[in-house]
Design a protein around this ligand. Structure first.
Ligand SMILES: Nc1nc2c(c(=O)[nH]1)N[C@H]1C(S)=C(S)[C@@H](COP(=O)(O)O)O[C@H]1N2
Ligand SMILES: [Mo]
Length: 554
């Protein structure tokens, strides 16, 4: 095959893929964004990729790991599509088989997602159909190279015997060999595209076809994506009026927030609150149809509507949420004022059976977490939260209802878009992250962080305020110590603590001398345990070690 026709064959493959993915999007407006093939397959990848690779993605791309996954999937797909185009040039049946295989993958991915129904297969099927049509129109349809010259009356190929000019392929016999091959009659050794770079008419037609189809697919894809987004629940969220708490939390005392530049504020604004979940598209849960089922090993299963939940006595609490994937010194932690219904009261009503030692929270997208029943009933403020910092939960933080449990990492307790609490046992059920190498038990480890000065910064010699946060949720922080260059530990001054369930800020005045220095921090919780120096990895149950910051004092 000549370079040009190879290039064109590859391009045709990519165009067919773009048409397939683009045309699936408007269909997914009807069936839900998670049924769109790119999202469905991406979701499957999220669930199936080995843990080290996922960790690598989070390390490298941080909060953009999902975007990276989608872009990566799209690039991989484009590569496959180009190969498919090349293969289809030789044997159109291979093109058909390839698209069928992709369609099968899309359908399988869409149908195996939690809550899927048969209609979720539609976007992939429609996309595949239009992808095949695209391939066909280039191979044998209106966009085929010889389309304008039925009977192959091109002057340069008039004898029908081919040409020896560069870029020219064997002349296809009549009828088009591609059609013959599509019909399974014969293989086409030379390819279907007898095109030369010096046939401007054919080239124009080809490029016009490519341009038109790509443009139409892009419009359909982006338009569909936009429309699907507008079918979200932001209007429903705005319509929610949160009830006043029966037990309001007092305002944050001035002494709890040192308000230093670069120091994390005591309350993390919703916009800045870290977001971690496996959802490629944020689940859109309509509070009107939302139900919570409390079931499994209980004496009285309960089902609640959103209004029924809101009618129950609400409490308001500051709770610091932390991710088990937070590196020492990392920022996958935030503190918010949550409004919600105590989980304990609901569990008491449901009446867990003997031995039901695990409460599994299940989200609408099928994600699960498992928390000890005893922890949820020990009197701490474990909440079904509906409000975050005075607003209904932001959609990406779990609207309309999520769990918040002081003292447990998010992966075992903080289920967003919650729809079920199932009483079971740890022996009988592994929640989402457990078979992926994370501990079934996830109490938050005592940790501390230096926020200022920043690593590699250059503070001026003289008094420097060293400050940060420390946390040991539900135990509380007793002491924070700082040391410089392996010198003696010095007690830092903690800010006023709001409760044992939230982080505390701390500060320490350092007489900085010129040169390179290392600052370290360690916290001791209210039980007297000091966080260990020993560095341990994130998996299986959270990192340990002292946050260490190197600075150059000028
Ligand atoms: N439905 C659902 N809920 C979830 C998760 C998820 O992947 N899906 N991730 C959990 C994890 S690992 C953490 S750390 C917290 C993070 O909550 P945030 O995104 O509101 O900060 O949500 C938890 N709840
Ligand atoms: Mo997490």
């Amino acid at each position: 095959m000549s370079t040009i026709s190879r290039r064109r064959a590859a391009l045709v493959g990519v165009v067919a893929a773009v048409v397939a993915l683009g045309s699936a999007e408007p269909v997914a407006v009807l069936t839900g964004p998670r049924s769109a093939p790119l999202i469905a397959v991406g979701g499957l990848v999220v669930d199936l990729v080995p843990e080290p690779l996922k960790q690598f993605a989070i390390d490298v791309f941080g909060t953009y790991d999902k975007m990276a996954l989608l872009v990566g999937t799209a690039l991989l797909l484009a590569g496959f599509a180009a190969l498919l185009g090349l293969a289809a040039a030789r044997r159109p049946a291979v093109g058909l088989a390839g698209i069928a295989a992709f369609a099968a993958l899309g359908v399988a991915a869409a149908l195996t997602r939690a809550g899927a129904d048969a209609f979720d297969a539609l976007p992939s099927l429609v996309g595949a159909g239009l992808g095949v049509l695209t391939l066909w129109s280039f191979v044998a349809g209106p966009l085929r190279p010889d389309a304008a010259r039925p009977g192959l009356n091109r002057p340069d190929l008039a004898d029908g015997a081919g040409s020896d000019r560069a870029g020219t392929l064997r002349t296809p016999p009549t009828p088009s060999p591609a059609v013959a091959a599509l019909a399974g009659e014969e293989e086409v050794p030379g390819g279907w595209e007898p095109v030369q770079r010096d046939d401007p008419e054919s080239r124009r037609r080809f490029l016009r076809g490519v341009g038109l189809l790509t443009g139409a697919a892009a419009v359909a894809g982006l338009g569909g994506h936009w429309l699907a987004g507008r079918r979200g629940v932001s209007a429903a969220r705005e319509a929610v009026t949160l009830p006043a708490p029966a037990a309001p939390v007092p305002p944050v005392p001035a002494g709890a927030d040192l308000s230093l530049p670069r120091l994390a504020p005591y309350v993390t604004p919703n916009r800045e609150f870290y977001r971690i979940d496996t959802a490629l598209v944020v689940p859109q849960v309509d509070p009107v149809t939302w139900r919570l089922r409390i079931h499994g090993r209980v004496r009285n299963p309960i089902e609640l509507s959103f209004d029924e939940l809101l009618a129950r006595p609400m409490v308001e609490r500051y709770v610091t949420l932390a991710c088990v994937s937070n590196e020492v010194g990392g920022d996958l932690i935030g503190n918010a004022r949550w409004l919600g219904v105590p989980i304990k009261a609901l569990l008491d009503e449901a009446g867990p059976e003997e031995g039901a030692d695990q409460v599994v929270g299940r989200a609408v997208d099928g994600w699960t977490c498992g928390a000890p029943t005893a922890v949820l009933r020990d009197g701490r403020d474990a909440l079904l939260a509906v409000g975050m910092n005075g607003e209904p939960l932001p959609v990406e933080h779990g609207f309309p209802v999520r769990m918040v449990v002081p003292g447990l990492y998010g992966y075992v307790s903080a289920c967003k878009w919650l729809t079920e609490l199932e009483l079971t046992s740890f022996a009988d059920f592994d929640a989402y992250w457990v078979p992926r190498g994370w501990s079934a038990q996830g109490p938050v480890k005592t940790q501390s962080r230096i926020d200022t000065p920043r690593a590699r910064s250059r503070p001026a010699a003289g008094p420097v305020t060293v400050a940060g946060v420390a946390w040991a949720q539900h135990r509380g922080i007793r002491r924070v110590e700082v040391r410089v260059d392996d010198g003696p530990w010095r007690e830092a001054t903690p800010a006023e603590a709001v409760s044992s369930d939230t982080w505390v800020q701390w500060s320490w005045r350092w007489e900085a001398t010129p040169g390179e220095h290392t600052l370290q921090v360690r916290a001791t919780d209210a039980t007297g345990e000091t966080q260990p120096e020993q560095r341990s990895p994130l998996a299986p149950d959270g990192a340990t070690g002292w946050h260490t910051v190197r600075v150059t004092v000028a």
